[in-house]
Design a protein around this ligand. Structure first.
Ligand code: ADE
Length: 423
């Protein structure tokens, strides 16, 4: 045991060996975060700072937490989804790396919120969210703790939407950096991370042959683009459903068939929701689906598939395979729901690969440092990741990949900065 075990509520501390091995494996694929960890070990930007991280408890998150601890932070971790916790990682975080952890894979809703409450009772100065659940608890049940917070960060699109709603209503209690909106986050994590990990989750759960299947992707944001691209790469016929006309047009010009959910419902073999909104797959669609259809969600919350409406049409449910619930409908058809409608990439697989989380979590680490450094000047607003931080992360990643790029000449730079140089 490297560190004396902190407070925790986890499944089994005896899993720490397995967790440590897998965390070290992920670290090998996270060169940017490794570099930040080395720098933080010297500069100690978080000396005396308490942080609460409400994130998916994965090997990649563990490496972020190690980076924050190397920077001097006192870190309490809780899960940002009841099904995404990797229990061996939770064990290693407590037993080997000196974090407090409140997270158990498969915990029920009450335990999930109790764990968030236990973590926030540490009186965080910095909060780190993936979906804004800590922000939500601090702005509802535990407003007494708001006074300790100097800033926060948010990892995901859905969380940023919630924060902007709070800001619009003038109720945001402290400044928060929207890490999701950094270029080195959403261009890569949302697109290539979600693209790969979602198909990974579907394949681990079902082992179906995607070639020749019709895959319906609902939502064509960065995540939807990644999922559609990867399904096409597997040889599937991909149909995109999208309510935003510009994105729908983009999907058409990217070569996908675009149609309504109801039309797609009749033809799809696999349905993947990535909208960030509720009821993306709902009653009328279930009524049209072929027997054998597979339905899953890769959006943050489990509201995208209307499970109540499916349940109402269901005569009986059965476990077809781990992570696959069969719904035998009153009319005899069978519909298969993956991972209970929760994030299929984290519940049925391991989430995004380390190489992409490397950039997302480099943003988290550096955004937190920026918040601490600038605490005195920040307002209760949603802030972008500073542009120089974003560019530096891209440069470090390129350098780790051994990729060299050109620089603008002085003349070119001058040309771009001018308004009077035409033909
Ligand atoms: N979100 C998506 N994939 C993830 C991962 N591997 N770790 C933490 N958060 C994630």
């Amino acid at each position: 045991m490297e560190a004396s075990a902190k407070n925790h509520d986890i499944a089994d501390i005896g899993l720490a060996d397995d967790g440590q091995k897998r965390i070290e494996w992920a670290e090998r694929h996270m060169p940017v975060l490794r570099r930040i960890k080395e720098e933080f070990s010297e500069s100690k930007p978080f000396d005396g700072v308490t942080m609460v991280c409400c994130l998916h408890v994965t090997t990649e998150t563990a490496n972020l937490v190690r980076t924050l601890i190397a920077g001097g932070a006192d870190v309490a971790v809780c899960a940002s989804n009841p099904l995404s916790t990797q229990d061996d990682v939770a064990a290693a975080l407590v037993d080997r790396y000196g974090a407090e952890v409140y997270a158990i894979h498969g915990e029920d809703n009450d335990t999930y919120y109790r764990h968030i409450t236990q973590a926030v009772e540490r009186k965080p100065q910095i909060t780190m969210d993936d979906g804004a659940d800590v922000v939500s608890v601090l702005h509802s049940d535990r407003t007494d703790l708001l006074e300790h917070v100097i800033g926060g960060t948010e990892e995901t699109t859905t969380g940023v939407i919630r924060l902007r709603a709070l800001e619009e209503e003038g109720k945001l209690g402290y400044p928060i950096v929207a890490v999701n909106d950094a270029d080195t986050k959403h261009f890569f994590d949302n697109r290539y991370g979600t693209g790969q990990s979602t198909l990974d989750g579907i394949l681990r759960a079902t082992n179906v042959l995607l070639a020749g299947m019709t895959v319906v992707v609902i939502g064509y944001g960065w995540c939807g683009k990644g999922v559609a691209m990867r399904a096409k790469g597997h040889g599937s016929h991909v149909i995109v459903c999208e309510v935003d006309p510009v994105r729908a047009l983009e999907a058409v010009m990217d070569g996908f068939e675009v149609t309504t959910g109801l039309d797609a419902a009749k033809r799809g073999d696999v349905f993947i929701s990535v909208t960030g909104n509720r009821d993306a797959i709902a009653g009328e669609m279930f009524a049209e689906m072929k027997s054998g259809a597979i339905v899953c969600n890769a959006g943050h919350f489990d509201v995208e598939i209307n499970k109540d409406e499916l349940d109402k049409m269901t005569a009986e449910t059965f476990e077809a395979r781990p992570h696959v619930t069969g719904h035998k409908l009153e009319d005899g058809r069978e519909i298969f729901m993956l991972a209970d409608g929760r994030l299929v990439n984290l519940a049925a697989a391991e989430g995004h690969p380390a190489a992409v989380m490397d950039m997302s979590f480099a943003n988290q680490a550096l955004a937190s440092e920026w918040m601490v450094q600038n605490a005195a000047d920040l307002e209760k607003k949603v802030y972008p990741v500073p542009e120089d931080v974003d560019a530096m992360i891209a440069r470090h990643k390129l350098s780790a990949l051994g990729v060299h790029i050109d620089e603008l000449t002085e003349v070119q730079a001058k040309y771009l900065a001018s308004w009077d140089q035409g033909t």
